[in-house]
Write a protein that binds this ligand. Structure first.
Ligand code: KG4
Ligand code: ZN
Length: 354
């Protein structure tokens, strides 16, 4: 079955056509980064307006690129949360109109389940149980998926998401938005030994949770202690050894924190595969560390391509396929839900015809 996916939870307007939850026929992502960059982060009002403008052309291109007729689409899947309310509503309204005009089944999906399903696209089958780390600008969560479409939350961040910490540090260093990709490239040319950051310990004994605001604060303290000035407009950040070394130290700590949680989870949780996904899964050092971890443990590691790691609609179509098979169906009452919490509410009941 061909599923049309629609994603508008944050600052990318995306539409995709995916066959049977696995084969990507098209995946169009219209990034709004240029509109938000002058403000150093996503401006919700601008995001909603841009989605409204972009949705129809992006969906048309997704259908054209896939070479499928709207009449060949079997169902519509749309992100219903979590995310920015105005941004989500733009996608949900569009998907409802498209589905009901054509008499197609509609299913609203969880953005985080989408990130996990990105690991199943265009690749070999993923063995379960799977340990899945979703690491993005808004989330850092570790799940156990014992069977297809079932998720249990094992740990999550108590403050900033990993991508958020990257973005805040980059902003302070004058590197623009989003900060992850540029800090990643700077880190590759820096000395990670110069700044050694310590990882958090939780007094309540939680071993699988994350915290990144402490790492960010350690980095900001180093900036003050060493009088690191922000990179000026027009200045080449790669010429700045102080910035490169700071990026390298920070990146090394983020990678250690993420890998530590997965290693700890593997001590007590039987897993047949490791999934690494979300925007920060595009990180070069993180991908290397997880590839090595998989080899050490003899477990296959599934990481989406970079285009499928960051926000995209192919992952939403893939999650929609799983949701439909689980029995989920939405009616005209479908609305956005910014408070969705994947894997936190016990066994899942299917949602039908609301
Ligand atoms: O999944 P995503 O596209 O959007 C959310 O759902 O948040 O993730 C975006 C985040 C941003 O914080 C961005 O800085 C980060 O992913 N990111 C990276 C890299 N590429 C994107 N972080 C570290 N290294 C990268 N190479
Ligand atoms: Zn995301």
């Amino acid at each position: 079955m061909f599923i049309l996916g629609v994603e508008t939870s944050c600052d990318e307007t995306s539409a995709a056509v995916v066959e049977d939850g696995r084969r990507v026929l098209s995946n169009i992502v219209s990034s709004q980064i240029a509109s938000h960059a002058p403000y150093g982060g996503v401006v919700p009002e601008i995001a909603s307006r841009q989605h409204l403008l972009n949705l129809a052309p992006v969906v048309r291109r997704a259908l054209d690129d896939a070479g499928v007729d709207p009449g060949d689409i079997g169902a519509v899947a749309v992100t219903r949360g979590p995310g920015l309310i105005g941004a989500l509503l733009a996608g949900v309204s569009f998907a409802k109109a498209f589905a009901f005009a054509r008499g197609l089944p509609l299913v609203g999906v969880d953005h985080i389940e989408g990130h996990i399903r990105a690991c199943f696209l265009d690749g070999p089958p993923v063995p379960h149980p799977a340990l899945a780390l979703v690491v993005s600008g808004g989330h850092t969560s570790l799940f156990l998926s014992e069977a297809e479409g079932e998720y249990r939350l094992l740990g999550k961040t108590r403050d900033d998401a990993a991508g958020e910490a990257y973005d805040k540090l980059a902003k302070r260093l004058g590197l623009g938005y989003p900060g992850g990709p540029i800090l990643d490239r700077l880190a590759q040319r820096g000395n990670a030994e110069r700044h050694l950051f310590s990882l958090p310990h939780f007094s309540d004994g939680a071993r699988l949770d994350f915290s990144f605001s402490g790492l960010k604060t350690q980095a900001l303290r180093r900036i003050e202690a060493e009088a690191v000035t922000p990179v000026e407009r027009g200045e080449d950040p790669f010429q700045r050894e102080d910035v490169r070394d700071l990026a390298a130290g920070f990146q090394s700590a983020v990678v250690r924190a993420l890998a530590r949680a997965v290693e700890r989870a593997l001590e007590t949780t039987p897993a047949s595969s490791i999934l690494l996904t979300g925007g920060v899964a595009a990180n070069s050092a993180l991908r290397k560390r997880f590839a090595a971890l998989g080899e050490e443990r003899g477990l296959p590691v599934f990481t989406p391509t970079i285009a499928l790691s960051t926000d995209n609609a192919a992952m939403i179509a893939a999650a929609g396929w799983v949701a439909l098979r689980r029995g989920d169906r939405d009616g005209p009452g479908l609305t956005a839900d910014t408070g969705l919490r994947l894997g936190e509410s016990g066994p899942r009941r299917s949602r039908r015809h609301r």
